[in-house]
Write a protein that binds this ligand. Structure first.
Ligand code: 2P0
Length: 326
């Protein structure tokens, strides 16, 4: 009763920002992402008769406390879904630079959902896996798929229609995603708390929700047409709007540092010089710059001229979950 699965991280082009149900991880809005080739989590799960509790090993180290509880809580959900009793050993290897602002929770819970259901020989669709992964971390719902995916917020109270679907596979449209690392420190306001505070207190949150349909349809349409300028324009606008909601929260907060703004300005300057590049920023100070593969070297060289840039990780669209033989 053992299986191994791999899932890749993803980066949101249209952001998931705010939950309507914290227990079930139901979002306030749809989101759209690209799954990335370079960063992934590989997880083996084996259910064993001889265990009296779940065991979680991350990067070779046995975890306890909150980390183990999170995994065990997720496995409870899998056990309920697959109608199985019995504990498991979960062995995960993260190929994700969390210091660069990549969330390992997306690839982590997508890989765990896939490996644990496969270990139990439980037949499940990709949509079912997306629903399961979502309940570990919202953004994990999108990492089931390669390429470009949309997580539909759904309308059911039980979350049964809140899952992601693929818009375009990874080999359909190549783009370059440069993850520009300006700071390796942990973020001060975790995204979970940031979302909650924004939904509850920011007067700008209503504006975020009101304008989302326009951003979603522009992004979807741009991906279908493979119109990079249209996609870049909307993804940058959407990221700035997400961050604007945090300025209005009480107490207000800001994920950027001066270096974040330096990178944003270089991206805008590149565009003024005819190089199509756009930025997006998640719940931290690091910036992801998106451009077409033909421009990636020019963009990278220009960004490396900035003293505040510590490192740049270059990614392309990557695959969805897959199973490895062990
Ligand atoms: C996203 N973020 O769409 C957004 C944009 C951060 C900013 O998804 O609470 O780790 O586990 O559902 O998925 C990060 O939040 O949050 C995130 P939970 P998650 O990628």
């Amino acid at each position: 009763m053992k299986a191994t699965a791999r899932a890749h991280t993803n980066i949101a082009l249209i952001k998931y920002w705010g939950k309507r149900d914290e227990q079930l991880f139901l979002p306030m809005n749809n989101s759209i992402s690209i799954t990335l080739d370079r960063f992934y989590t590989t997880t083996s799960v084996s259910f064993r008769e001889d265990l009296s509790a779940d065991v979680f090993v991350l990067d070779g180290k046995e975890m306890g406390g909150h980390e183990r509880e999170k995994i065990s809580g997720f496995l409870n959900l899998v056990r309920r879904t697959a109608n199985h009793q019995g504990y498991a050993v979960v062995d995960s290897l993260n190929e994700v630079p969390t210091a660069a602002g990549f969330a390992s929770s997306a690839s982590g819970f997508a890989a765990l959902a896939a490996a644990s259901t496969r270990a139990l020989n439980f037949t499940i669709s990709n949509e079912g896996l997306s629903i399961l992964a979502r309940q570990g971390s919202g953004s994990a719902s999108r990492s089931i798929y390669g390429g470009y995916a949309e997580w539909h917020k759904g309308t059911c109270q039980d979350g049964s229609d809140s899952f992601a679907t693929q818009i375009l596979p990874e080999n359909a449209w190549d783009l370059s995603v440069l993850s520009v690392m300006v700071e390796a420190r942990q973020k001060k306001v975790l995204s979970r708390e940031g979302m909650r505070r924004t939904v509850e207190t920011s007067p700008f949150y209503a504006g975020w929700l009101d304008s989302l349909e326009i951003d979603l349809s522009a992004a979807r349409d741009a991906i279908h047409k493979q119109d990079f300028e249209q996609l870049g324009t909307v993804l940058e606008r959407n990221a700035l709007k997400m961050h604007a909601t945090t300025f209005g929260a009480n107490p207000p907060f800001l994920y950027w540092t001066g270096a974040t703004i330096d990178v944003m300005q270089v991206v805008q300057e590149l565009r003024e010089n005819g190089v199509l590049a756009y930025f997006t920023i998640d719940a931290g100070p690091n910036v992801k710059v998106i451009c077409q593969p033909a421009d990636e070297q020019v963009v990278k060289d220009r960004l490396l001229e900035l003293e505040c840039v510590q490192d740049i990780f270059l990614c392309h669209p990557g695959p969805g979950i897959h199973y490895l033989t062990t």
